[in-house]
Design a protein around this ligand. Structure first.
Ligand SMILES: Nc1ncnc2c1ncn2[C@@H]1O[C@H](COP(=O)(O)OP(=O)(O)OP(=O)(O)O)[C@@H](O)[C@H]1O
Ligand SMILES: [Mg+2]
Length: 500
């Protein structure tokens, strides 16, 4: 009897087909690994099983009987517990309340039984012993915890469901080695109790340490299942990439003069909170790609170079002159520019007109405290046109534009002043395919005109198609440089997924 089975499950979010053909079979007493690139549909599949997303089509069977999972409570009642990748914790509640939510123990069905709450929470906290940290206690408010401790609390919450089927969607991304080891011991105990466990991680070493079987998902489709002992990391990566794609990669040669142009940015042995000992240089005319899984130090490095985050050691020079990144204002004055795909945090000034959104950098750089709108418009319009930005008028609110067009406004800001070095931090998040094509064509033109460009992208295809060279980040350091014919999807995955 198969504990949990998914057949032909699909889900679209608007125009995005997040999952087109999800198939999965989980036995009792196994740890089943689900692996696939960013955006391949893993979380969507998990959420469907956990009842927080309704599928468009397909079937879910529990113990060989079809079930309808109408919501999270229904999933819980059916014996399915989940660890959510983005966590599902309440900031203002205690650790104990978070662990036992949504079913807090009560007395007479009315008042929360504090004693029972405390005792039960303590049981799950004690499972982790010293690796949880002394300050992780039942009464601790969640808001006081570190990222790794929050992840532990989300694990405890999943465990407290005591469900026969447990899904862990990237439960280890913030944990240290000792915490992961302890968590794996707990998972092994659950296995011997006969529970069924789905485990997602991007770390190959973890997958091989804990998995019994692995299912690979690619572009919303499950492409195969294998027993862990029958595969190698290379084989798994091949399944993730797909054989045909490996051969069909567009190879774009870097410009012949790139090797001779002046070095615009040089970074030597630079370390900061999330990256260490990073060294590279970028010449005028070159697009240097930063690759690897999310959160391996790429964004932190770019933000540090722009003076928006601290550095601890190492040196930076611009066109041969030493530069200490102190503040964004300082970086801008030295010819650096930074574009983030995170519009909410770094990009648009919401509720304000397009004209205001396109001008702040220009004003800052030229020390224009009171900028004259007519003069600014003269500069803004060509910059917006260069990106084919669709807007009705400069006085319209930025919020009236689509996400992609808002992002173009953010980028246009920088084009008005032609920086020497353009730092792009996952710049195309949320922009559609044709806007992406416009953007990359423009980036190539800017490089040809002599700009040096550093591009971090969470989409591998974007890097492979646009970067002249790729530095792969793993655990905060550059572990591999891919040049020329080495720039293949296989090499990129291999470097990104191997243990740091
Ligand atoms: N709520 C949503 N609205 C719109 N699109 C979404 C939503 N959730 C996911 N998507 C899109 O669906 C696709 C699959 O996303 P999903 O979160 O399932 O990927 P994943 O395999 O879990 O990736 P990761 O490894 O980055 O966690 C992606 O293209 C994503 O952008
Ligand atoms: Mg996910």
């Amino acid at each position: 009897m198969t504990k949990l089975k998914l057949r032909g499950v699909s889900k679209a979010y608007g125009a995005t087909q997040a999952l087109s053909h999800g198939e999965l079979e989980i036995e009792a007493g196994e740890v089943h690994v689900l692996i696939g690139a960013n955006g391949s549909g893993k979380s969507t599949l998990c959420k469907i099983v956990a009842g927080s997303v309704r599928p468009d089509a397909g079937e879910v069977l529990l113990d060989d009987s079809p079930v309808t999972i109408s919501g999270p409570r229904a999933a819980q009642a059916l014996g399915i517990g989940i660890f959510y990748q983005e966590l599902s914790l309440a900031e203002h509640r205690s650790v104990a309340e978070n662990i036992l939510m949504p079913a807090l123990p009560s007395r007479g069905g009315l008042f929360v039984d504090r004693q029972a709450l405390h005792a039960t929470a303590t049981r799950y906290i004690d499972l982790f012993g010293p690796v949880a940290g002394d300050d992780l206690a039942p009464e601790t408010p969640l808001g006081a915890l570190r990222a790794d401790q929050r992840q532990l609390v989300e694990i405890m919450k999943a465990l407290a469901s005591e469900a026969p089927v447990l899904i862990f969607d990237e439960p280890t991304s913030a944990l240290d080695r000792a915490q992961v080891d302890r968590f794996f011991e707990i998972l092994r105990d659950l296995k011997t109790e006969g529970r069924s466990i789905v485990f997602i991680s991007h770390r190959m070493d973890e997958i091989f340490a804990i998995g019994d079987r692995v299912t690979v998902i690619r572009d919303g489709e499950t492409v195969g299942t294998a027993r862990i002992r029958d595969v190698t990391p290379q084989k798994v990566i091949r399944m993730m990439v797909g054989e045909q794609e490996e051969l069909a990669l567009p190879q774009q040669a870097s410009s012949p003069t790139a090797g001779k142009a002046e070095i615009a940015l040089q970074v030597e042995d630079l370390s900061g909170p999330a990256f260490s000992h990073v060294s590279f240089d970028v010449r005028r005319g070159e697009i240097l790609g930063l690759g690897g899984l999310h959160g391996q130090g790429q964004s932190a490095l770019l933000r540090a170079l722009f003076g928006a985050a601290p550095t601890a050691a190492g040196s930076v020079s611009l066109a041969g002159k030493a530069f200490r990144p102190g503040s964004p204002r300082d970086a801008i004055a030295h010819g650096l520019a930074y574009v983030s795909g995170d519009r909410g945090r770094d990009g648009v000034i919401s509720g304000r007109p397009i004209l205001e959104n396109v001008t702040p950098i220009h004003a800052l750089r030229n020390r224009l405290v009171l900028a004259r709108p007519a003069r600014l418009a003269e500069k803004a319009v060509p910059a917006l046109k260069a990106l084919n930005t669709k807007f009705a008028g400069l006085s319209h609110s930025i919020g009236s534009l689509s996400g992609g067009n808002q992002q173009k406004v953010v980028i246009a800001r920088w084009l008005m002043d032609r920086p020497d070095v353009l730092l792009l931090d996952d710049p195309t998040k949320g922009i559609d395919l044709s806007a992406k094509a416009d953007l990359f064509a423009l980036i190539r033109t800017l490089a040809e005109e002599g700009m040096a460009i550093v591009l971090y992208s969470s989409e591998d295809a974007e890097l492979l198609n646009n970067a002249d060279r790729i530095l792969v980040f793993n655990g905060g350091s550059v572990t591999r440089e891919l040049r020329d014919a080495d720039r293949t999807r296989y090499n990129l995955y291999h470097a990104a997924y191997e243990a740091a």
